[in-house]
Design a protein around this ligand. Structure first.
Ligand SMILES: [Zn+2]
Length: 267
């Protein structure tokens, strides 16, 4: 919220912006967009900025001392990057800058995912003790740089649209962006009928670093299909990135994927 506000303000004031994050909880620092929310905290729209921040400067010693949950949340946000870019590549959708994804964008997105799998758990063990290790440094790069440049150059798809739908649930308001995106990623994998092996890799990664994998984990204790259909409908709003998926997506398909992912993730 802070960084997106700073970026938007710099844009409207016609000033350069230097981002110095003290946490690595989202991929907002490097990206050339701000997410706008309504006063009630519901996703409103993406403000696409004409350029990336002038400087992004991160002191890994400071970031290692932040609550570990924030680093895990950043990994949840970064987790979606590769799968959303892959969907955009398959469908030929445009990236956040309005261009076609390059091979470089895909390579960054894949490196982002591979870094999470290689170093995510190790980084959490260190972050829980507020110390900086090589794994923490690698995860800070994955969460901030690889994911930030990866998502805007590769494009967004279902995971973030489902996150945006989830912002309508009061129960989810205490959760961080990346925590909802992590569940959105799991839902996207069910939606696109990804191989079971891949779903398991993502699921166990989330469980191992403490990211939510079910509606109960998200704080949604009673599953009312009517409410979830509203979430699915919001995720399928006409301007949403879910339509970058390589097949036609309807609220009914999204609802089914949410329920199936919840059933497996809560197991
Ligand atoms: Zn995000």
């Amino acid at each position: 919220k802070t960084l997106d506000t700073a970026k938007a303000l710099a844009y409207y004031s016609n000033l350069p912006v230097i981002i110095v994050p003290t946490i690595a909880s989202t991929d907002a620092p490097c990206s050339a967009l701000s997410v706008l929310y309504t006063d009630d905290g519901i996703f409103d729209e993406y403000l696409i900025l004409p350029s990336n921040p002038n400087i992004v400067l991160m002191d890994t010693e400071i970031i290692a001392k932040a609550p570990a949950r924030l680093l895990a949340s950043g990994m949840g946000d970064a987790l979606a990057t590769y799968f959303e870019a892959r969907a955009c590549e398959q469908s030929g959708a445009l990236n956040m800058g309005g261009g076609l994804p390059t091979k470089a964008a895909m390579a960054l997105a894949k490196l982002c995912f591979d870094t999470l799998i290689a170093d995510g758990e190790k980084a959490m063990f260190a972050a829980q003790k507020c110390v900086c290790t090589k794994a923490v440094e690698n995860i800070i790069e994955a969460n901030t740089y690889l994911s930030g440049i990866g998502f805007e150059s590769g494009g967004l798809a279902a995971a973030h649209a489902i996150h945006n739908g989830l912002t309508a649930l009061e129960e989810c308001h205490d959760l961080y962006h990346g925590e909802k995106v992590a569940f959105g990623t799991l839902v996207q994998l069910f939606l696109e009928n990804a191989p079971m092996e891949e779903i398991d890799e993502v699921l166990f990664f989330c469980k191992n670093i403490g990211l939510p994998t079910s509606l109960e984990d998200l704080g949604v204790n009673s599953i009312e299909r009517e409410k979830l259909l509203e979430v699915a409908k919001l995720a399928c709003a006409p301007e949403e990135t879910i339509h970058n998926m390589p097949f036609k997506v309807t609220p009914e398909k999204v609802l089914a994927a949410i329920l199936a992912a919840d059933n497996y993730g809560g197991y």
